[in-house]
Design a protein around this ligand. Structure first.
Ligand SMILES: CC(C)(COP(=O)(O)OP(=O)(O)OC[C@H]1O[C@@H](n2cnc3c(N)ncnc32)[C@H](O)[C@@H]1OP(=O)(O)O)[C@@H](O)C(=O)NCCC(=O)NCCS
Length: 262
């Protein structure tokens, strides 16, 4: 993996994490970023196993300090090996400098070296920033929706809501991903459905008086995603406006990448 540094944040190096001490630093950063109860923490033993069985533990380092990491584990669908990226975290003061994207690009480079063409991960469709990063900055698509994937979750980021997740599929060699990574527009598509997420969702989730509004939106959008995916639609675009509102844009994908059984 090549070491990279960003003009916005010089001296930050992206590289594989090595040894138990570095894996333990990932666990500490996990606690800081998600604020999980101890029972929900992914322990360093799992990071170690992931790194030994063909997964990835990749860190962003400023000097000796870990300021971001990603964890992925190998998966197999219908005979095809792929990677499932379980966590991506950047320390709060280092966000919005492009490090999240760089950690994903390092995952991609390492995956391609291993002959792997798909990285998947799940994300909360109510998280506007994550959706924008995944769809627009990385070119991932989504066409599967998991209702309450993890059951209840102690992270304050979840705001006590069911852990609904979209499955991001990052087809590393697709025309779409190659275009996005080269800063070109992906192939245009006919817009068939829009699923909106208002910027207020963040405060609704954090404030117990407003939480019913967040739950109502989650239910509403869940139905829209499930219906759209039944019709074969795929999230191919994401719009944000100057107020911070987000919206998924869905249509038919003209590429045929899939490991599903036909
Ligand atoms: C998700 C996370 C890893 C992203 O890391 P990051 O280093 O901030 O990401 P990047 O800087 O590469 O990209 C973020 C993009 O989202 C944009 N963004 C920031 N806030 C936003 C918002 N509220 N709505 C929409 N887009 C937003 C940024 O401007 C940036 O895009 P740009 O480069 O075009 O300006 C980081 O925010 C984090 O650790 N979050 C908490 C843990 C988490 O949710 N992890 C992901 C799920 S496992």
């Amino acid at each position: 993996m090549s070491a990279t540094s960003s003009s916005a944040s010089p001296e930050i190096i992206i590289r594989h994490c090595n040894g138990l001490e570095e894996l333990e630093a990932c666990v500490q950063l996990q606690k800081e970023v998600w604020g999980f109860d101890d029972i929900d923490i992914v322990p360093s033993r799992v990071f170690l196993v992931a790194s030994k069985i063909g997964g990835q533990v990749i860190g962003a380092y400023q000097g000796d300090e870990l300021v971001g990491y990603s964890l992925s584990i190998p998966g197999n669908r219908n005979g095809h090996v792929y990677l499932h990226s379980h966590m991506l975290a950047v320390k709060a003061p280092y966000r919005n400098l492009g490090l999240g994207r760089k950690l994903k690009l390092a995952q991609r480079e390492d995956a391609l070296e291993k002959g792997i063409e798909l990285i998947e991960w799940t994300f909360d469709p109510l998280e506007i920033k994550n959706a924008y990063l995944n769809v627009v900055k990385l070119g991932a698509v989504a066409r599967r929706y998991n209702i309450n994937q993890y059951g209840s979750f102690s992270s304050p980021l979840q705001g006590g809501l069911p852990t609904d997740r979209l499955v991001a599929e990052w087809w590393l060699l697709s025309e779409r991903v190659q275009a996005v990574l080269a800063n070109h527009d992906p192939t245009p598509f006919r817009l068939q459905e829009t699923i909106a997420v208002p910027a207020e969702i963040y405060s609704w989730k954090q404030n117990s008086a407003d939480r019913p509004k967040a739950a109502e939106l989650q239910n509403h959008n869940r139905e829209k995603f499930l219906q759209a995916f039944r019709k074969g639609l795929v999230t191919l675009g994401y719009q944000r406006d100057e107020r911070g509102n987000g919206a998924f844009l869905l249509g038919h994908w003209d590429e045929t990448w899939s490991y599903a059984k036909h």
